[in-house]
Design a protein around this ligand. Sequence first.
Ligand SMILES: Nc1ncnc2c1ncn2[C@@H]1O[C@H](COP(=O)(O)OP(=O)(O)OP(=O)(O)O)[C@@H](O)[C@H]1O
Ligand SMILES: [Mg+2]
Length: 215
Amino acid sequence: MNKFITFEGVEGSGKSTQVKLLGEYLTRNNIPVLLTQEPSGTPIGRKIGEILFNRGHQAMCPETELFLFCAARAQHVREVVWPALKVGKYVLCDRFSDATFAYQAAGRGLNPDFIQTINDYCAERLKPDLTLLFDLPVETGLQRAGRRDDLLKDPSSADRFEKEKLDFHNRVRQGYLNLCSVEPERFRVIDASQTVDMIALDVRRHVLGYISRQS
Ligand SMILES: Nc1ncnc2c1ncn2[C@@H]1O[C@H](COP(=O)(O)OP(=O)(O)OP(=O)(O)O)[C@@H](O)[C@H]1O
Ligand SMILES: [Mg+2]
C-alpha cells in the first residue's frame, strides 16, 4: 500500500494550507486521494477536538490530553484511514502519531515509551509511509495562526495550544526534529518560512519523488 502521507509541524506552520493544495494537485492529475485530519477527521473526533482545544479547559492534565487524542485516533484510523487505504487511495493526513510524541512527550513531558504503547494500540500499528515536517521558528507560526484567527473575526479564538508559552512550542519543534533524526528515511523537512507557493513546490517535489519510487 505505502500511501499514507502525514503533514506535521508546529502551530501555524502551513500544514492545512499545503494538504489542500497537494490534494487539489493530485486530484487534477487523476491520483485518487483522501484528505483528512486529526483529531477532527471523524464526527466523534470533532467532538473530542472541541474538548481538547477549548481554551477554557486550562485544567486539563497531560494524561487526559494524551488519551483524548489517542481516542480520536482510534476512531479515525478505523473509520476513515484504513478504508481509504484499502481502496487504493493516497491518504493525506493533517497531523498523526508524530504530533502525539512532539506535543505530549516533548511538549508536556509524558513518557515516550508509554505513549508508544498506547499509540500502537490506538493506531493499530499504522505508521505513515512519508511524513512532511513543516519547520519554522515558532514565533512565525504563532503570528500566522494569530492572523488567521483575526480573519475569522474572533481574535480571542486562539485555542488552548496556541495560548501555550513559547517554551512549550519550542520543545514541540525540537521534538519533531528529534523524531526526524531517528527516522530520516520517512521524514522530509520543509522550510516552512518560505511563501505558500514555494512550499507547495517543495511538497510536490517530495511527494512525486516518493510516488515515482513506489511504482
Ligand atoms: N507560507 C506561508 N506564508 C504566510 N502565511 C501562510 C503560509 N502558509 C500558510 N499561511 C497562513 O498562515 C495561517 C496558518 O496556516 P495553516 O492554517 O495552513 O497552518 P497549520 O499548520 O494548519 O496551523 P494549525 O497548527 O493551527 O492547524 C493561515 O492563515 C494561512 O493562510
Ligand atoms: Mg491546521
